[in-house]
Design a protein around this ligand. Structure first.
Ligand SMILES: Cc1cc2nc3c(=O)[nH]c(=O)nc-3n(C[C@H](O)[C@H](O)[C@H](O)COP(=O)(O)O)c2cc1C
Length: 201
């Protein structure tokens, strides 16, 4: 199949992209609304891009009706966030937290999880997640203005919490203990547990 992006519907291009760029890690983001409501939502347009300073980028796209998602609005107003590790034991909650609730309702209550304060930012952490990356927004770069257009949230990580139970003997994150999940196309997820090692040349 050939796809001339200019002459293909946005939805078909979206499905081609999210089916092809796989697996994608999941930024499970807590933000705070000006009203004080804690927002929680997963974003698989996500990765890390450098360590000095530590940088992450994720993208809350515009909704199909062209409006901004709550996470994006909260980041525009407060400029702080927490990334909570999306792991197998919390898979149902990760998925459920993608429900489009009105801004005055919190997905944290919906999914039945608890929060604990962060060290350096105002949005709280999800207590049940084994890793938290606390971040501040450096820049938000909109690319396009129509449905499903990107908003690159470029964030700097200012504090990291890692539960000792997911560390190996060298103090590094052990993927066998972490049991991260990731996103593929359609409704598919995968577990980062089918591991193999290769030494770098
Ligand atoms: C695993 C998963 C990954 C998702 N990734 C994205 C994404 O990268 N960008 C996006 O805009 N929406 C993504 N969504 C949908 C959002 O989570 C959903 O629109 C959510 O309601 C946004 O919440 P908010 O309005 O509270 O910010 C994803 C949903 C799931 C279940």
């Amino acid at each position: 199949m050939e796809m001339d992006v200019q002459n293909t519907s946005v939805v078909d291009v979206y499905h081609a992209l999210v089916g092809s760029v796989v697996p994608r890690p999941i930024a499970w983001v807590t933000t705070l609304a000006p009203s004080g409501v804690v927002n929680l939502a997963p974003f698989s347009f996500f990765n890390t891009f450098g360590a000095n300073p530590p940088v992450v980028v994720f993208s809350p796209t515009l909704r199909r009706d062209g409006t901004k998602k709550d996470t994006l609005r909260n980041l525009e107003s407060l400029g702080e966030f927490v990334l909570n590790a999306a792991v197998e034991s919390l898979a149902e909650q990760v998925n459920l937290s993608s429900k489009e609730l009105p801004p005055h309702e919190s997905e944290v209550a919906l999914v039945g999880l608890t929060t604990v304060p962060a060290a350096r930012v105002k949005p709280p952490r999800i207590a049940e997640a084994p890793i938290h990356l606390e971040g501040v927004v450096r820049q938000i770069v909109p690319i396009g203005s129509g449905p499903i257009s990107a908003n690159l949230v470029i964030g700097e990580i200012v504090h990291i919490h890692i539960d000792d139970r997911v560390l190996d003997a060298h103090g590094r994150v052990d993927p066998r203990q972490l049991r991260a999940i990731a996103r593929l196309g359609g409704d598919y997820y995968c577990r980062a547990t089918d591991l193999f090692e290769m030494c770098r040349p």
